[in-house]
Design a protein around this ligand. Structure first.
Ligand SMILES: Cc1cc2nc3c(=O)[nH]c(=O)nc-3n(C[C@H](O)[C@H](O)[C@H](O)COP(=O)(O)OP(=O)(O)OC[C@H]3O[C@@H](n4cnc5c(N)ncnc54)[C@H](O)[C@@H]3O)c2cc1C
Length: 461
């Protein structure tokens, strides 16, 4: 019978994969409990979308759940109805990736060696406290669960409220705080003007949703810089030859990247491989930057990095460009100064970037598409609030997630390293920066599972 328990909180991609790796690495005496508040195991927010036009922004060939079996997703896809045609598309509907992760979980559940060692438990973990023997998790306010270790895989939170919007408007029925909620775009008259706050990939999802529901009215998108994600190259760009070592300072790095991108283009090539080739090194680069350089990057360069690094699939970019060309989608740049509500319409005022001139936009719906919220001091979920208030966790200094060590152990309020609490996935962006996409998370899950298996072994000795 199992006698040690690891609770994995959240069954999106990170939590599900972590559970799979733990089961393969821990001794038969370890039980893994995978907890998910919405009961949809193996899906997570990004892949829960029912819209077939919400596509992966990473080619299917790079979306395997396992770094040592890079074609696993592709092969799974090829076995599905119309799989060959889908695989040939490169960028497939995100919901298919969710189905793949669920299939992996199902396979694991059916494995005889997993019997009794994996429990899938529906429940919202509302609290987590130290107990005399380990940890106690509070589920849905009425159930309790004991565990020896816990891994937070709680993923992405809805965007933070945009600066400049008054509190009263955040409660208005005209405002939708969560762009991924089913009601974000529901019930909107097709000719009504809509305002999307943000111009990144979340806004792109919003535009696709609106076009798919036959929206004919104007779609405004507003952000401080108005930068749109770039499109992926139509064919995988040819890799360029090896380049010199990466400079350890932000300025040096930015200069070197720009120079390389210019050279690539001057030689008739493409800037994308310059960005993509950095990928295996981004965590090293991030960790070698000084605290000042990290803060400088977030203040000044992040918007440029994001649009070059997280790109749109070509077919999505075509739709966005067509909507812009027809005048339906209009991009605005500036800072929000206020909003008034009049007869079911919001009139939002913003100071235009550059000259500061005040402009106004009218919209029947304002949807916050600013991208996932990461400042844990502003996240209201009781689990997060409770961990911070009890001093068991602290936000990372850059407000990108929770403060964790290189092995993903949570740091408490004083910086002490937890022996029992860990976090994976986007929660750990402060320590690793690139911990958003599947290729990064899959590696992290493997490494952390190995580490936790070692801890469990020591505990059971
Ligand atoms: C819209 C969108 C599109 C994306 N597209 C791509 C893409 O194409 N390719 C790519 O590589 N990456 C993409 N990403 C990045 C994505 O973040 C990662 O790929 C990955 O899915 C993150 O998984 P996760 O499990 O850490 O988080 P999530 O998917 O957010 O899952 C967290 C889970 O934890 C549950 N949970 C949270 N708190 C609790 C609690 N207290 N108790 C119980 N359960 C809880 C939630 O219900 C949720 O199911 C996208 C992200 C978003 C937001």
């Amino acid at each position: 019978m199992p006698h040690l328990t690891i609770a994995v909180i959240g069954a999106g991609f990170s939590g599900t994969l972590m559970a799979l790796h733990l089961l393969r690495r821990c001794s038969p005496g370890t039980q893994v409990i995978l907890l998910e508040r919405n009961g949809q195991f193996g899906r997570g927010q990004a892949y829960a979308t029912g819209n077939p036009n919400h596509l992966l922004n990473v080619p299917a060939a790079r979306m395997s759940a396992f770094h040592d079996r890079p074609e696993d997703f592709l092969h799974w896809l090829q076995r599905q109805p119309d799989g060959e045609a889908l695989a040939a598309q490169g960028f497939v509907p995100r919901r298919l990736f969710g189905a793949y992760v669920r299939a992996l979980l199902h396979e694991e559940v059916m494995r005889p060696a997993t019997e009794c060692r994996l429990e899938l438990l529906r429940g919202d973990v509302l609290g987590l406290a130290k107990s005399e023997t380990g940890l106690t998790l509070a589920l849905d306010g009425e159930r309790w669960l004991a565990a020896d270790l816990a891994v937070l895989a709680i993923g992405n939170f809805p965007p933070e409220a945009p600066p400049g919007l008054p509190r009263r408007f955040l409660e208005s029925p005209l405002y939708r705080p969560d762009p991924w909620a089913p009601e974000a775009f529901a019930g909107l008259p097709p000719a009504a003007p809509v305002l999307l706050i943000g111009t990144g990939l979340t806004m792109v999802d919003g535009v696709v949703s609106l076009l798919d529901q036959g929206h004919r009215g104007p779609i405004h998108a507003l952000s401080r810089r108005g930068l749109l994600p770039r499109r992926h190259a139509p064919a995988p760009p040819q890799p360029r030859p090896a380049t010199p070592p990466l400079p350890p300072s932000l300025l040096g790095l930015a200069r070197s990247l720009r120079a390389e991108a210019r050279r690539a283009e001057a030689e008739g090539g493409d800037w994308r491989p310059v960005v993509d080739r950095l990928r295996p090194f981004t965590q090293d680069v991030w960790q070698s930057l000084s605290a000042e350089d990290k803060a400088r990057f977030l203040r000044h360069l992040r918007p440029w990095w994001d649009v070059h690094r997280h790109r749109m699939a070509g077919s999505v970019a075509d739709r966005v460009e067509a909507a812009r060309a027809s005048g339906q989608l209009r991009l605005h740049t500036g800072r929000i100064r206020g909003v008034e509500e009049m007869e079911g319409v919001a009139e939002l005022c913003f100071a235009r970037r550059g000259d500061g001139a005040l402009q106004s936009l009218r919209a029947a719906r304002v949807v916050n598409c600013a991208g996932p919220g990461a400042d844990y001091d502003r996240i209201e979920h009781p689990l997060v609030r409770g961990l911070l208030q009890a001093g068991l966790a602290r936000p990372d200094p850059l407000r990108l997630g929770l403060d964790v060590t290189a092995n993903c152990a949570l740091r408490d309020r004083q910086g002490g390293i937890s022996r029992r609490l860990f976090a994976i996935g986007p929660v750990t962006k402060g320590a690793f920066w690139e911990m958003t996409a599947v290729p990064d998370i899959r590696r992290q899950c493997e490494v952390v599972a190995e580490h936790l298996a070692g801890i469990m072994k020591a505990m059971s000795a």
